[in-house]
Design a protein around this ligand. Structure first.
Ligand SMILES: O=C(O)CCC(=O)C(=O)O
Ligand SMILES: [Fe+2]
Length: 346
């Protein structure tokens, strides 16, 4: 079972078959096609107060936008349906009304085997290093960030060093250098620079740090870090608590859907066939490295769970998980070998 809100096309309607609802089903729009829920909320928010933005199903390309008022949904549907939307990467949205069905939870096969080591996942460029920092270093890093100001996002808190990451555009302003990375990070940076050559083509010099603090039960929507924003590697250090990270390789068709027909866009049929799913357990103090295919072509996702099933074990998330995402800002276009996922090559 999955905790997605359950929406369905409304029945009946007026004489012209028009149905009213404050909720819209929006196809061809979602994290799998490079559009985050934050951006969707901002765009649809122009037409009235948006109460929530949810995945309509597991495709990552169909979204439910819930307004407080029916009239807002109507204005948005009129203005945005069928037209390319410049703020949403020029995508043409397919919009219908949707109603909440509280009594019928979506049945989704949510179980995926959770690996303890990266090697068994067979995702090129994915590495997991256990006990990358000691328990003492972990405490020092947590104290250092807790002594500094946090920025509140909707469900989690963040800090940025080196360069600020802007969530609206999912990119960084390369002209705004915030300065060197803080000295509390030196033990981590030294350890990164002395890593055995994982890939000799990678220059692992890091100049941007995002600290994320996730309260229990909070995860992160599926996404690929914007290719044009960061170079070909991403480190993620887990502190204070564990999580599961799921990886999804969407088929090219799913990524490139530009015209979902009404039949294909059915919201009563969650579609698991358009991506490959793999998952790994990230314990506290472990360092994950995404490079190459793992960084460029696989979505990463942290399920919004309070409890994770890892093999036979039931693992409770701790009150919080703090992650240090370490990257290098890119100053030119991305020239990766995965143009279908690349904002520089589309
Ligand atoms: O918390 C994490 O480990 C991942 C964070 C992440 O994916 C990101 O900041 O883009
Ligand atoms: Fe990410």
């Amino acid at each position: 079972m999955m905790g997605l809100p359950r929406f369905a096309p409304p029945k009946g309607g007026d004489a012209a078959g028009r149905v009213r609802s404050p909720n819209l089903f929006v196809a061809n729009c979602g994290p799998a096609v490079g559009v985050s829920h934050d951006v969707i909320k901002a765009v649809f928010g122009r037409f009235g107060e948006v109460k929530g933005v949810y995945a309509a199903d597991e495709s990552g390309a169909r979204t439910i936008v819930c307004y407080s008022e029916e009239t807002s949904a109507e204005s948005a549907a009129e203005a945005l349906n069928g037209l390319p939307c410049p703020e949403l990467n020029g995508r043409s949205l397919h919009i219908r009304y949707s109603v909440l069905q509280p009594s019928s939870p979506v049945k989704v096969n949510d179980s995926v085997h959770v690996a303890l080591d990266a090697s068994v996942l067979n995702i090129p460029g994915l590495h997991l290093m256990h006990e990358f920092v000691s328990a003492e270093e972990e405490q020092e890093l947590l104290t250092a960030v807790d002594d500094r100001p946090w920025n509140n996002l909707a469900k989690r808190r963040v800090q940025h060093y080196g360069y600020e990451f802007c969530y609206e555009i999912r990119n960084v302003d390369t002209k705004k250098h915030l300065g060197e990375l803080p000295s509390f990070l030196s033990c981590v940076l030294e350890r990164i620079s002395s890593l055995p050559d994982i890939d000799t083509s990678l220059n692992l010099h890091v100049d941007q740090l995002t600290v994320n603090e996730y309260p229990i039960g909070v995860g992160l929507a599926p996404h690929i870090d914007t290719h044009s924003a960061f170079e070909g590697f991403i480190f993620s250090l887990s502190l204070a608590g564990p999580c599961i990270m799921e990886f999804r390789r969407y088929s090219e068709g799913a990524w490139l859907i530009d015209n979902i027909s009404t039949a294909e866009a059915r919201d009563d049929c969650p579609d698991h066939t358009n991506y490959v799913r793999k998952a790994i357990y990230l314990p506290a103090r472990s360092m994950l490295l995404l490079s190459g295919e793992a960084r460029y072509a696989w979505h990463h996702y942290i399920p919004h769970h309070k409890i994770d099933f890892v093999g036979e074990k039931v693992i409770k998330r701790s009150p919080r998980r703090v992650s240090f995402t370490l990257r290098r800002v890119r100053h030119g276009p991305c020239e990766c070998g995965f143009p279908q996922y690349c904002d520089s090559q589309r």
